[in-house]
Each structure stands twice: as structure tokens, then as C-alpha cells.
Design a protein around this ligand. Structure first.
Ligand code: ARG
Length: 440
């Protein structure tokens, strides 16, 4: 039974915005009504994609095939999601477990590049979207679909990543993104869901956060997060224990790397998915990886995200430390700028841009010697490097020590080095002093 207000909203604002016509087309890949016969819907089972599942059938008179991708979203029941799609009238529903591919082909190159955008975002969503869209293209072809539908809004980065991937890999496919196009706010969506008997996860009483997660991290947006001066409410942290409630005993976790890729945890060799799961579990317990982040989106807007990235915090921290140890000062200086460029391309939805592959080739080369073990001490929200070991460390304790002189490093030679090293700077400084503020 609809409440009076809900009925009012439902009656007043049911989405009547018709599918796009030819003259309204804003991009060549955007589907007009007559082009849509069978739709591959990227289906999470949340409110948006559930409403979309029904809405597409009604508004386009099209068939819907639902596709759900498992990238390691914690606690998801994929059988339930699949059944929900079928209950909503999808002619088929597929679930693909892509965790291994995600870890191997997306997270791994990101680790090699210390992939972080804007000082704190380890790119988990940005890495997931091109894979999700690639799998959608393959499924659309398998199922004879002409169109791919997704639940992205018109304000975010994810639309760029998904549309960009589909348009790159499958120029023959069209795209619809109903949330970008329909005029439904959340209230209207709930009213629509009620009217069509679509179950709403967690009830409709409270607006949920907008969540995206996979095995490399979790983000929350919306609600109070949009008020920049509102400190995080604890209920947003569904993954990581708030540091104040983390155990009083520290835990040291040892991450072993082979050529830059995490290969063992506390001495035990593990497949990457398993290793990331364990790192997540340890990080969650110790309150590791909470990031309150202001971010510059591709479309120009700034946004605040609350991230929970326990595994990424531990692994990236350890990887960067090992890399610094086995590389020279020149390699270290240079790589940081390429890391940044790599992260920007990936953030900005250009996964398929050849420059990314060019940089990847460099990353592989730069990581050839990144083998060794880093110990990270996890304690109440911090993950601090405490031990390092590598056969490739460009480090010699006998040279570095304060105690001895002689050997390969002669302290007596240092003044001569300093005189030459600072020569141009000293000359330029003197010149400026003699000329005052008038260059000759
Ligand atoms: N700000 C992050 C990014 O652009 C996270 C986006 C999360 N996506 C979502 N649909 N909630 O990658």
C-alpha cells in the first residue's frame, strides 16, 4: 500500500521523459528509441539498476539481459542479485566472477605504478570500470544485444570510463544511461519501485550512501558527505574498524614482492586475490586505510569521497618502500612523474589510451628488481614500514654508517664535491647580489 505522499509523488512525476529521438542525439553512441531491441544491462541489484531493469522494458519495449560482475565486493550474494534480475523480467541473468582478471590485469599494473590519484585515492573504481565495460561488450555480443545500459549519473567519472570503453571496443553498440536521462530523483525512484513491486534493499526510510566497492577498496558518497564541514559519522565505515576501536596490540604484516608484484604474506606464498583478501582483513581490524578525500572529477566538479582502502594502503606503502630501496636516486625521481601520469590516465577514463601501455612497459622494466620483503606495522589506523629486506637493495650498511671513514666512501673528498656541486648556484647568487634588483 502506498503512503499518501508517495502516491502523490508517484502520480505527479512518474518518468515520462521519452527515449531520445534522432534530433536530440548528443553523441553517436547514444541510442535512440528505435535502435533499442535487446539491452545488456549492467545490474548491481541496487535501486537504480533495479528500476532501470523494469523501465527499459516498458519505455523502450526492449528485452533486457542482466549482467553482474563480481570484482570482490564484500558480502554480496550473487545468487540473490541474479534472481532479482529474473524476477524483474530480464530474459537472462549472468554473473561473472572476474576477481582474478581484475587482480592480475588491473590491480597489478596499478601496484607497479604506485597508482594513486590526488594524494589518497588508490583508483579501485577507476580500475574496475574498464573491466566491467569490457565484459559487458563481450556479453552483449554473446547475447545478441544492440545496446548496453548502465546506472551512471551524468555528473560522475564512471560514465566516462564505461561509455569510453564501450565506444572504443565496440563502436557498433549503442548506450543508454537512464539515470543521466530520466528526471527521477530518489523519491521518484522509490515511488516507481513501490508501484512496480521492486524490492528496495535496506528499506526506503533512509537515503543510503552511494557505495562502490571491489577487492581493492570501497567508496561512499552522498548524504552528509556532501557537507564539507561534517566530520565522518561512524555508520559510513562498513568495512574498516574506526581506529579508536582497533585493538591495542599492534600487528606486523610482512609483504613479499617478486618483480613488484605481491607474492607472499607473512612468508606464505599466495595467489593475488587471496593475498589481497588477507591484507584487507588485517587492515580492517587495525583501522587502516580511511581516507576523507576531496577530488577533482574529470567533468570539472569537485567531490568529497570517504574511502576505505585497507589492502591498498598496506600494499602500496610496502611496494613504494621496496621500490625506493632497489632503485637509484635518478630512477626514483623520474618514476614518480610517470606514476602520476599513469594514475591520471586511469582516473580520467583513458584505460585504452596507448600511452598507458607505453608507460606500463616502463613500469615492468622499473619493477624488474623490486623483489624483497617489507614489514608493515598496523596499529590503530596507521600502517608504518618497520622492516625492509631485498637482495637488490642499493644500500650498503658499511658505507652508510656514521662510524667509519675510508673504504669506498671517503669523507675527506666531500668538500671538493660540495664546491663543484654548488658552483653555479653560488655564482648566480653572487651576481644577483651585485646587481640588486636590476639584471644587467
Ligand atoms: N570518486 C571515485 C572515482 O571517481 C569513486 C567513484 C565511486 N563511484 C560510484 N558510482 N559511487 O573513481
Amino acid at each position: 500500500m502506498l503512503s499518501p505522499t508517495t502516491r502523490l509523488i508517484a502520480n505527479a512525476t512518474l518518468p515520462t521523459l521519452p527515449p531520445m529521438t534522432e534530433s536530440e542525439r548528443t553523441a553517436s553512441y547514444v541510442a535512440t528509441a528505435d535502435e533499442v531491441g535487446r539491452v545488456l544491462l549492467l545490474f548491481s541489484g541496487g535501486l537504480d539498476t533495479s528500476v532501470m531493469c523494469k523501465w527499459i522494458q516498458d519505455e523502450y519495449e526492449a528485452e533486457v539481459v542482466a549482467l553482474t560482475i563480481n570484482l570482490g565486493q564484500p558480502g554480496e550474494d550473487y545468487d540473490v542479485v541474479k534472481q532479482k534480475a529474473l524476477d524483474l523480467g530480464a530474459i537472462a541473468a549472468e554473473v561473472i566472477d572476474a576477481r582474478e582478471e581484475f587482480a592480475r590485469d588491473f590491480v597489478t599494473p596499478s601496484i607497479l605504478a604506485n597508482g594513486t590519484y590526488g594524494l589518497g585515492y588508490p583508483l579501485f573504481t577507476a580500475l574496475g570500470r574498464p573491466l566491467i565495460a569490457k565484459l559487458a561488450v563481450e556479453a552483449a555480443r554473446r547475447h545478441g544485444c544492440d545496446t548496453i545500459a548502465h546506472g551512471c549519473t551524468g555528473k560522475g567519472n564512471d560514465q566516462v570510463r564505461i561509455d569510453g570503453t564501450v565506444a572504443t571496443l565496440a563502436p557498433e553498440l549503442k548506450i543508454i544511461a537512464p539515470v543521466r536521462q530520466w528526471q527521477m530523483g530518489r523519491e521518484e525512484e522509490i515511488a516507481y519501485a513501490r508501484e512496480h513491486g521492486i524490492p528496495i534493499k535496506g528499506g526506503a526510510e533512509q537515503t543510503p550512501y552511494s557505495i562502490d566497492d571491489n577487492l581493492w577498496g570501497r567508496s561512499s558518497e552522498g548524504r552528509w558527505i556532501e557537507d564539507l564541514d561534517h566530520a565522518p559519522d561512524d555508520d559510513v565505515f562498513q568495512l574498516v574498524t574506526p581506529p579508536e576501536r582497533a585493538p591495542d596490540e599492534a600487528q606486523v604484516v610482512e609483504i613479499g614482492f617478486e618483480a613488484g608484484v605481491p607474492a607472499s604474506l607473512d612468508g606464505e606464498k599466495l595467489e593475488l586475490v587471496e593475498l589481497l583478501d588477507r591484507a584487507t582483513e588485517i587492515g580492517c581490524r587495525h583501522g587502516i586505510g580511511i581516507v576523507d578525500h576531496i577530488e577533482d572529477r574529470i567533468v570539472g566538479l569537485k567531490v568529497r569521497d570517504i574511502y576505505e582502502v585497507p589492502a591498498a594502503t598496506i600494499i602500496l606503502n610496502a611496494h613504494a618502500e621496496l621500490e625506493r630501496l632497489v632503485s637509484t636516486i635518478h630512477q626514483n625521481q623520474f618514476k614518480a612523474s610517470l606514476d602520476r601520469q599513469w594514475a591520471y590516465l586511469v582516473y580520467a577514463g583513458l584505460w585504452w589510451e596507448p600511452l598507458r601501455e607505453n608507460i606500463d612497459a616502463y613500469m615492468l622494466s622499473a619493477n624488474e628488481r623490486v623483489t624483497g620483503t617489507i614489514g608493515i606495522k598496523c596499529f590503530k589506523g596507521t600502517a608504518r614500514v618497520v622492516t625492509r629486506s631485498s637482495p637488490n637493495a642499493v644500500y650498503d650498511a658499511a658505507l652508510a654508517t656514521f662510524d667509519t671513514s675510508g673504504g669506498l666512501f671517503s669523507q675527506n673528498a666531500s668538500p671538493g664535491f660540495i664546491e663543484l656541486w654548488t658552483l653555479q648556484s653560488r655564482m648566480a647568487h653572487r651576481l644577483r647580489q651585485s646587481q640588486g634588483d636590476k639584471p644587467g
